[in-house]
Design a binder for this molecule. Structure first.
Ligand code: CP
Length: 344
């Protein structure tokens, strides 16, 4: 896994292994353990679009693993992009400062462009209306944690399915599993793209386009609600036609199965009534919390594949970090030695 660019790059065994590691990290962090698998490593977060969860959970993940973080959180305004620097040039330079780059950008395909010139792994943290693969991984982790399985589930995806990059990535990941059915419920302004449907059809995944949310919600094992993304619409008029069409409120909740799970990538903007939050089926805040552990697992995997992570169970202090200077045993303070190469 050199770069994480899209959900289609993952196999089912890779996803399952990642979730096993995520679960281990979850137990360790909740148990108060201090980890150092990425001690001495640096992650750059380069965000051209706003974020709360993705940036902060990636940064927390790196810190929880003993690594360090450099960040430009409003790169469109405060990086040299404002002076006309290309994304490619910025990435070439940032790769000289950091061991991994987490990039959010407003243009679809930006992460792939960055990866093409990067000397270090690039992780796509959302590329315009394209994909958001790490969000989809944490969405799937939430499904595993809440339902105990993914095979055989009926999943309803609701809201902005056209610009909703998390929807595209999650649909791709769901296609790795058996006996899945996806109901797509959206206003006519934001239909799920044909390219997503074609991919699901190729993989033999059953899906339908629906308009009656009450009927779909009553059958769903998982209801994945999304925000109508005002910032991506070509006109305000079109946005206003789409906004508020499908809202999950207590009356709709009352029609849902007792064992259903409600997810949302967040942030929300009116499409889930806060009165739903107290219901045990409302799992969206647990889902967001789980993102920390999935991103810890992803960072470890990426840097392990690049020969930049300490093996599990190693003590950081007994394994020299790349490029650090240490005093050779028995040589007092007179002679210093540079330890190079990748950690054992
Ligand atoms: N779900 C998600 O990507 O949230 P942020 O935009 O806050 O990162």
């Amino acid at each position: 896994m050199r770069h994480v660019l899209g959900a289609k790059q993952f196999t089912r065994p890779e996803v399952e292994a990642l979730f096993e590691t995520s679960r281990t990290f979850e137990e360790k962090v909740k148990g108060g353990q201090v980890l150092d698998r990425l001690r001495g490593r640096i992650m750059a977060t380069v965000f051209f679009e706003p974020s709360t969860r993705t940036r902060l959970s990636f940064e927390a993940a790196m810190l929880r693993l003993g690594g360090q973080v450099i960040s430009t959180e409003n790169a469109a305004q405060f990086s040299s992009a404002i002076k006309g620097e290309t994304l490619e040039d910025s990435i070439r330079v940032i790769g000289a400062y950091a061991d991994v780059i987490v990039l959010r950008h407003h243009e679809e395909g930006a992460a792939a462009r960055a990866a093409a010139v990067s000397s270090v792994p690039v992780i796509n943290a959302g590329d315009g209306p394209g994909e958001h693969p790490t969000q989809a991984l944490l969405d799937l982790y939430a499904i595993y944690r809440e339902k105990g399985r993914v095979d055989g589930l009926r999943v309803a995806m609701v809201g902005d399915l056209a610009y909703g990059r998390t929807v595209h990535s999650l649909a791709y990941l769901l296609s790795l599993f058996r006996d899945i059915h996806i109901d797509f419920v959206s206003p006519p302004e934001t239909p799920v793209p044909d390219r997503v449907l074609a991919y699901l059809a190729e993989r033999g995944i059953s899906w339908s386009r629906e308009t009656d949310l009450a009927r779909v919600a009553a059958q769903a094992d998982v209801l994945y609600q999304t925000r109508i993304q005002k910032e991506r619409f070509p006109s305000m008029e079109m946005y206003e036609r789409a906004y508020g069409r499908y809202v999950l409120d207590p009356s709709l909740l009352g029609r849902m199965r007792a064992d259903a799970v409600i997810l949302h990538p967040l942030p929300r903007a009116g499409e889930i009534d806060p009165a739903v939050d107290a219901d045990p089926r409302a799992a969206y805040f647990r889902q967001a919390a789980g993102g920390l552990y999935v991103r810890m697992a992803l960072l470890c995997q990426c840097l392990e594949d690049a020969g930049q992570a300490y093996p599990e169970g190693s003590e950081a202090l007994s394994v020299p970090a790349m490029g650090t200077i240490s005093i050779a045993e028995g040589e007092g303070t007179a002679k210093a030695q540079v330890k190079g190469g990748t950690p054992a």
